[in-house]
Design a protein around this ligand. Structure first.
Ligand code: NCD
Ligand code: ZN
Length: 400
């Protein structure tokens, strides 16, 4: 059943093109000026069509924490936010640190309406499982305390994990970033390291200071770009996350890193916790984000803080490259038909009651943003259309 999406505005090599996209069997079959025959036609109305966003850092909480989120609610929220692929984190219950837990998560994730992949958790003693884990995006290593109990302290163990995994995503704050560079150099490790949610000028400096730049890629979360520690006064626990919000100066340094290319990826770190949990004295850390990342970035585009080409690199092309996700991240004939149609002029407030995440709140509640996704297409299927989400199952990604 071929689908034709006509009147698309596309961005390629810094130029804007008006094209039609023909989708067949879930793939982009043609990008053309011709109005080819199709069973179904969608009019993009000259809106920009972006490659589907790839969010390489989400906590969809399944299994074990499904009162906060699950693969269906999380993925529906993601689809609404223009995200077509997510990579899920291992700090679930049980944690994704054994082959059987990975297989169980694989089974549970089948309810997802966006494509998905998994990060496999590292512990102090699961090196043999790490070596056995197949079809994973990366190994996730926690060098700091956060939700879950996966912190690894021993540098010898960390070095062995880096050696065993082609790519390790590390939760490393402040001095821990320096520790990573030293471990890599001292042990002559050549495997890749992706540092999750860089939050400060210091972390950026440590990551970029050494001579192993190409080996380390850096991710930043929208909350660290769009909020700073001043927001803690009004938001309290609802702006408490790991890493914590930093100063306005750090925030500026992160934007500079986005502008000069030091930052490789923007990913949500979607970490939903219920309102009731956040209202407790010992509240958990983390904020939801899949529904607000793209609108925040499009609003920033409208304010001349970031270009569309940068958004595509940071949220589509680069995550696909870094995690070697097959046939995704760019609009190209033969690639998967994961597409996000955005209306750059649509102005709308973030409203808690509109959110599909189970936690039903956002630190950006009330903020009026200009630029919203209006349609999300996953494997050639329309899963989000102007406020409505459709339960069409997606697929696990594959890696090259
Ligand atoms: C995350 C969570 O709640 O799972 N919390 C957070 O503050 N970011 C865990 C994490 O990514 O550190
Ligand atoms: Zn996280």
């Amino acid at each position: 059943m071929p689908l034709l999406i006509k009147n698309c505005r596309l961005l390629a090599n810094g130029k804007v093109f008006a094209k039609n996209i023909l989708v067949k069997n879930g793939k982009i079959s043609r990008i053309t000026n011709k109005e080819l025959k199709a069973d179904k036609i969608i009019d993009a109305k000259n809106n920009f069509v972006l490659p589907g966003m790839i969010d390489c850092h989400v906590h969809f909480r399944e299994p074990g924490l499904t009162h906060k989120e699950d693969f269906l609610t999380g993925s529906m929220a993601a689809a609404k936010g223009g995200i077509t692929t997510v990579l899920d984190m291992p700090n679930t219950i049980p944690p994704t640190t054994t082959i059987s837990a990975l297989e169980e998560k694989r089974r549970l994730a089948k309810k997802s309406v966006v494509n998905y992949g998994f990060h496999f958790g590292a512990t102090a003693d699961n090196l043999s499982d790490i070596k056995k884990a197949k079809s994973i995006a990366a190994v996730k290593l926690y060098m700091d305390y956060t939700t879950g109990d996966l912190k690894v302290d021993d540098f010898e163990v960390i070095s062995d994990i880096f050696k065993a995994s082609k790519i390790t995503v590390v939760h490393a704050e402040e001095e821990r970033v320096k520790d990573i560079t030293e471990i890599l150099i001292r042990n002559k490790i050549k495997n890749k390291i992706h540092i999750a949610h860089v939050s400060s000028e210091k972390e950026l400096k440590y990551a970029k200071q050494n001579k192993i730049k190409k080996q380390i890629t850096l991710e930043v979360a929208p909350q660290h770009l769009f909020l700073n520690d001043k927001d803690l006064q009004s938001l309290g626990a609802f702006a408490e996350m790991k890493p914590r919000l930093k100063s306005e100066n750090d925030q500026k340094a992160l934007w500079k890193g986005v502008a000069n290319g030091d930052i490789d990826v923007i990913a949500t770190d979607h970490a939903p916790h219920l309102k009731e949990e956040k209202e407790q004295a010992n509240y958990p850390f983390g904020v939801p984000g899949v529904e607000t990342m793209l609108p925040l970035l499009l609003d920033a585009f409208n304010n001349n803080k970031i270009s569309l080409a940068q958004i595509i690199d940071l949220c589509c092309a680069n995550p696909a490259k870094i995690f070697k996700i097959r046939n995704k991240g760019i609009l190209k004939e033969g690639y998967d038909a994961d597409l996000t149609i955005v209306d750059l002029d649509k102005r709308q407030a973030v409203r808690n009651e509109d959110l599909l995440t189970k936690c039903k709140w956002s630190p950006f509640e009330g903020k009026i943003l200009k630029g919203w996704p209006v349609m999300t297409i996953v494997n050639g299927n329309v899963v989000y259309d102007n406020g409505e989400v459709f339960d069409i199952k997606a697929k696990e990604v594959s890696y090259s």
